[in-house]
Design a protein around this ligand. Sequence first.
Ligand code: ADP
Length: 168
Amino acid sequence: MQIRLLQGDITRQAVNAIVNAANTSLLGGGGVDGAIHRAGGPAILAACREIRSRQGGCPVGEAVFTTGGDLPCQYVIHTVGPRWKDGKSGEDELLASCYRNALLLAEKIGAKQVAFPNISTGIYGFPKERAAAIAIRTVNAHAGHLPETVIFVCFDADNYTIYQHLLS
Ligand code: ADP
């Protein structure tokens, strides 16, 4: 597996699948979720509504996928990160589950390249360094399966610097 790092906007990534840091409602929100729905158009929300009517949203740590709509990617894998509380409420395991379940779904849909945002490190307040270590560890543990390429797309400079350091 090849791991790549870049700083930028995940909605611009022409890969098989991008991952969204969604919320349990799947109805969109702020941050990267808002950016993905804005750039991807109404087809993504329509697909999310269909999933909601089938299974009633997405639990924390799990993942579902939809079309990429108007985005340059084929699919969006929506996963729901944990909200940071005190670090003793299962946050680490739930964040690892997000990465693991998104990767398993990517494998299932045959996605060769997958781009991840820094799940939970925005509005949900997960400490960035701790989140990055979990992300990298969980992606490494999935090596040998699809996807062939994982791209960590950092939006903010803090995350980019942390990943640069941890991946070097
Ligand atoms: P969460 O609620 O999971 O914390 P946020 O969307 O608030 O989700 O933040 C998750 C990460 O996504 C943050 O590191 C934020 O800087 C980043 N982010 C925001 N917009 C974009 C974007 N367009 N592309 C990639 N990452 C983004």
